[in-house]
Design a protein around this ligand. Structure first.
Ligand SMILES: Nc1ncnc2c1ncn2[C@@H]1O[C@H](COP(=O)(O)OP(=O)(O)OP(=O)(O)O)[C@@H](O)[C@H]1O
Length: 257
């Protein structure tokens, strides 16, 4: 297995507060890698650094051997990195199919002017896009929802559409931000199964920030634990669960592990 994502001494300061402090980690291709830690530990900040929403104060982020530390978010999509958001990032007045097509067009970058001049190519791309959308609909088992307006769907179904939009770009690395928060148990189990399928059927690498310890322990290959901005442990789910520093971090802040 090769390393697909590496962080080298990454820090982020907000004024006097160091939200992420000299964090180094590496994610192997094809892994499900989870980032956990108590509230305020720096998980979201770290996630935003990896997905280029924030720029690090210092340190380096490398994707597939390439330094991506200062790249803008849209450049990441072209390299094959997709993300979901903690708050739903879907077009609520559009249908499921249209939401997925928008996700894909953002990636293709087909603008109307070039589409007018190269209509043959644009049309081929459009057909390819629709084929890809059909594959995603099939994969996420949302055939019966395809023409529904997204705002009318349940929260869990909307999250599934959001996942579909991230998948539309055919990412090699998928960044999931608290994917199952706000979902009921059945919806959580469905999402956990999809994440496993992404890895097992498509060989995708998944990096996720997750509060649901059941899912983290069940499906992760590797878990990294942060507290007060620093990495305090990383290893298999069983290794981190038995690590005294991790137990202390959770118990010490009265969090349920
Ligand atoms: N834009 C910002 N400006 C100033 N401080 C910030 C900013 N974003 C985060 N912080 C601070 O950085 C620290 C880490 O926050 P972060 O949201 O990354 O933690 P977290 O582990 O994701 O927490 P939670 O589990 O509650 O979502 C916190 O002390 C937070 O208040």
């Amino acid at each position: 297995m090769s390393r697909i994502l590496e962080l080298e001494g990454v820090s982020k300061r907000f004024g006097g507060l160091t939200a992420v402090n000299e964090v180094s980690l590496s994610v192997e291709e094809g892994q499900i890698y989870s980032l956990i830690g108590p509230n305020g530990a720096g998980k979201t900040t770290l996630f935003n650094l990896i997905s280029a929403v924030l720029a690090p104060t210092s340190g380096r982020i490398v994707f597939d051997g390439r330094d991506i530390t200062r790249l803008p978010t849209h450049a990441l999509a072209r390299l094959g990195i997709a993300r979901t958001f903690q708050n739903l990032a879907v077009f609520k007045h559009e249908t499921v199919v249209n939401n997925l097509l928008v996700g894909l067009h953002t990636h293709l970058g087909a603008d109307p002017i070039s589409a007018a001049f190269f209509w043959g190519r644009a049309r081929r791309e459009e057909l390819k896009a629709r084929e890809r959308v059909e594959e995603i609909i099939d994969f996420l088992e949302i055939e019966d929802l395809r023409d529904h307006v997204v705002g009318t769907l349940s929260y869990g179904q909307q999250k599934r559409v959001e996942l579909g939009r991230a998948l539309a770009i055919g990412p090699r690395l998928l960044l999931l931000d608290e994917m199952v928060s706000g979902m009921n148990q059945e919806e959580r189990e469905d999402i956990a199964r999809f994440i496993l399928d992404l890895k097992e059927e498509l060989g995708m690498t998944v990096f996720m920030v997750e509060h649901d310890m059941g899912i983290v322990m069940d499906i992760s290959d590797h878990v990294c634990v942060v507290n007060h901005g620093r990495k305090i442990a990383d290893g298999t789910p069983a290794e981190v669960a038995a690590d005294p520093a991790v137990i202390e971090a959770y118990l010490g802040t009265k969090q349920a592990a």
